[in-house]
Design a protein around this ligand. Structure first.
Ligand SMILES: [Zn+2]
Length: 434
């Protein structure tokens, strides 16, 4: 039996809204699985068609998504501005390290972790020890405190849910540090970004969307050049219609191939890291021979960072192209609901050699990109539980144990095919069976 539910008042997010309705639990769950860049919310008068026997939601109207996008630009600061940015970044990192010290010391002394207010109080006491404290406004380090507080919260949540979440650590000199400024404290006018009354020249190689709502700006020096990443929030009130052209596809991500489709096609594992690994190892070997802090050491550190950046760019490009292809060709995409952090952790214990390729190919970020591209294009995206997908026969449904090194699925029903191909078909069948 189906029933329509109408939203009378609107909570902050759909998650908050549904806390009031026990029968809506199911929808709440499915909406929390939106990719991180999207925050769904409903408008007043939104309606839901719900099956009251199963809590399945069939249709909802008058809803919208909030989407975060980020735009990265090169900056051309003057000498003075460069100095200010560098010192502000350094200062904000120092505050971070100081706060992390306080956090751990306080835990040792009292057995408890500090709250945001407690952290702030201790930092105020430390003011006198730092000459810079009066030079820079509070907003320079505010975000750092927020972030530390957030990670402590995440840490406790992790304890509760038996996940491993690490506490914030001190930042070392060679860690990438940035200046994180919230909305309202910077302004973009023409080809300048103004922060703390300093108008810094910006290379506007692509325009910001008209009337964009700013969230934050992150200033960062990369290999001697300054960049700013401006994050904006877009309201997306007309989610696209469900795409009707193209088949549905099941995708199995794996170690031997980056992914295998239920059509049997293998997508080659582009191990950018492995490819560049030899080069990287050689550079790092040379770097180890140099004395820390010397010119030669710094020069090699720069080259190492360049290789890392190259790998990152190549991987991003590969992920973008592949997910674009998926949403163009297919009307529905099903993947395994892998908890990649757990997977890596689990395998670290037994088979160390497996952990690296998993981190290397970056499934997590690919699945994230794939999910939001699907959403943008109206392609149905489904995650199926990972249990047994690689153990089940796509033809007869029999479950049979397979070792990691068994490459062929060979069932007594006569179904014989590549292991990953079989898994992709199982994922497809499970996701779109009804
Ligand atoms: Zn079979």
């Amino acid at each position: 039996m189906r029933r329509t539910l109408v939203i009378k008042s609107v909570g902050k997010t759909i998650g908050v809204q549904f806390k009031n309705w026990v029968s809506m639990k199911h929808i709440h769950l499915s909406y929390t699985s939106f990719p991180t860049r999207f925050r769904p919310f409903v408008k007043k008068g939104a309606t839901f068609l719900v099956d009251i026997n199963t809590d399945d939601c069939f249709d909802l109207t008058n809803w919208a998504l909030k989407k975060n996008r980020s735009f990265k630009y090169r900056l051309y600061p003057t000498k003075g501005q460069d100095k200010w940015l560098t010192e502000a970044t350094e200062f904000s990192t120092q505050v971070w390290n100081l706060a992390v010290n306080h956090l751990h010391e306080n835990k040792k002394r009292t057995g408890k972790y500090l709250t945001y207010a407690g952290l702030d109080k201790l930092l105020t006491i430390s003011r006198s020890q730092h000459g810079w404290w009066d030079t820079f406004p509070r907003f320079i380090y505010e975000k750092q405190l927020e972030r530390i507080h957030k990670s402590v919260k995440a840490f406790f949540l992790g304890l509760k849910e038996k996940r491993k979440v690490s506490l914030p650590k001190r930042k070392k000199d060679n860690d990438s540090v940035s200046l994180d400024i919230r909305d309202g404290l910077f302004k973009v006018t023409g080809d300048h970004i103004t922060i703390n009354k300093k108008a810094i020249k910006i290379n506007m190689h692509r325009p910001l969307p008209e009337g964009a709502k700013f969230k934050r700006a992150i200033f960062k020096k990369e290999l001697g050049k300054w960049f700013v990443s401006i994050q904006i929030e877009e309201e997306w009130s007309n989610p696209p219609e469900q795409k009707t052209t193209g088949d549905r596809i099941g995708v199995d991500v794996g170690i031997r191939h980056f992914a295998t489709l239920s059509t049997g096609e293998h997508i080659t594992n582009e191990r950018f890291f492995t490819k560049n690994e030899k080069h990287l190892a050689e550079l790092q070997r040379l770097q180890a021979l140099k004395k820390k802090g010397t010119y030669g050491y710094r020069r090699l550190a720069k080259l190492v960072a360049k290789v890392h950046r190259k790998i990152k760019k190549q991987r991003k490009y590969f992920h973008d192209v592949l997910s674009r292809r998926m949403v163009t060709e297919f009307s529905g995409v099903a993947v395994e609901d892998l908890n990649i952090a757990n997977l890596m952790e689990k395998r670290k214990g037994k088979k160390i050699h497996l952990a690296k390729p998993i981190a290397d190919v970056g499934w997590a970020s690919w699945l994230d990109i794939l999910e939001y591209k699907c959403l943008e294009e109206g392609v149905e995206f489904k995650k199926v539980p990972a249990a047994y997908t690689s153990q089940t026969c796509p033809q007869c449904g029999a479950v049979m144990k397979k070792e990691l090194n068994e490459e062929v699925h060979d069932c007594s029903c006569g179904c014989r095919m590549d292991r990953d191909h079989a898994a992709a078909q199982v994922i497809l069948n499970t996701a779109f069976s009804s």
